[in-house]
Design a protein around this ligand. Sequence first.
Ligand SMILES: O=P(O)(O)OC[C@@H](O)[C@@H](O)c1cnc[nH]1
Length: 537
Amino acid sequence: MASSSTIRSNSVTSSFTTTKVACVDLKKVPEPIHTGIGFLDHMMDQLNSHAQIGVGLTVHHHSDLSNLSGTKHKKTNNNNNNNGDDQKMEANNSNNNDKDSFEKNPNRLSQSDQTSLLRHVGWTLGCQVALLNKFLSLSDDTTATSRFCCPLDEALVECILTKPAKTTTTTTTTTQQKTAEEEDPSEGSSNKRRKLDHKNNTTDKKETTTTTTTSSKPIGSLVQYQLAPFGKYPKTTGRTKIGHLETAAIKAFWEAFAKSSGLQISLTKLRGDNGHHIVESTFKAFSRAMRNLLDGTNTTMAGGESFPHMWGKSSKNQKDSIALARVGSISRATKETNIDVSLKLNGTSEATSIHTGIGTLDEFFTILAKEADMSLVIDCKGDLWVDDHHTAEDVAIAVGQVLTQALGTKAGLNRMWCAKQTVNNTTNNEEETIEVTMDLSNRPCLTHNLALGEVQEELVGDLSVEMFDHVLDSLVVNGRMTVHIVRTTGGDDAGNSSLKDRAMATAAAFGRALKYCAMVDSRRAGKTASSKGTLSV
Ligand SMILES: O=P(O)(O)OC[C@@H](O)[C@@H](O)c1cnc[nH]1
């Protein structure tokens, strides 16, 4: 769809007009993105790579509208699935010149009032999202919700989207009721008319009250926005500008977007020190939550969710994943350990067999493999008489390496997921959960709040606590992934669970996150889920 829009804010007509607006579910980008601020273009592009919504738009300041003065408005048939608006505006004049100038100067609108510009872009995009066929088909009578935590290296942002049920208004009207006689379809019309005329003159009319229910578009709002500070430099405020984008103006984008799309949006920074990462993971989290809202695959549930239509055993995604026959294997021998590890991403863990000499490690990787639906075989003979260090470290390195082998270029994969697991045996009544957010990013980064040092235990079962920490790190670094582990307690941060129970809940959540990250998303048709276009460099 393409359109031109002018919005009003604070009773003043906005200075911006947008052309070539496009928003196409699961389609390639049909139009370029030229918001007038380069960093904002990059953020909008996150919807293309991570929501799989093809968005495009070109924003003009009223002062450069002369470029559009020769524009002809032409009606064309338009085959995208955008609910029937077939108005397409095409700038027949100066198109190539415009394109050149937009591409040469992506920051051409950065001197404008950015709050107004971002409000305009957010509003325009929200209007388009509200027209997506799939969005419209989300049940009108019930509330649909979706949550996604998205990382970008050290940053982690949570996005919760709610598409409220349509609001209904009931109006009551009093009407004259026809008698059965008048309604008798078997009588001829002239006869009926005669009877009706007679009745109108001679009898009291029966009155009845009818209620009409009309539904209206849900009202969207930005219910939570907690992203600041945008980084740790300067210490208290973070960045005021990222590239040419003023961070203070970003809120206006989300407020306007929420309102025009009809969504209730909550954006919360859970972690993050780098301003660029915080803003980008916000757009990524929104994009992934949006995709999940459209797909009906909410990641909120703790436990064994499977979403059969998308990722279940007989889904196309699962079949395509298994068809790749992805495997990895490694054999290594040093003075400290002899290790053979092999891995099959085959949709089952039936062939899993793990013997490391450290019971906790065996249990950890057995649970991880089961939840990841992969066959993992580990045979390690290490110098446990020295310490658990060499065995635990080398096993984790080798598992990370075989995973990297099996995942290959990561092209066509879903790439990101978050999975929650309840921790067993907590001593208070509050639920304790561990959520693993994973991104097969090729940028190794592990962050956790497992509070391993706050419990007076040196061992997790028969594995030293420091080596449990190191196993997680070695696995993530060699698996070339970004992993955030977020433990949530019922208020007591020191925690009531044993380290062993935390470790096993971590294994389960890690495995499940890995399962969905490693799954092929068939809609991508082998394209990499990345705004930079590749994950292999
Ligand atoms: O996660 P993606 O591959 O979609 O995009 C990351 C890309 O923007 C990359 O250049 C980046 C890395 N840190 C900040 N930005």
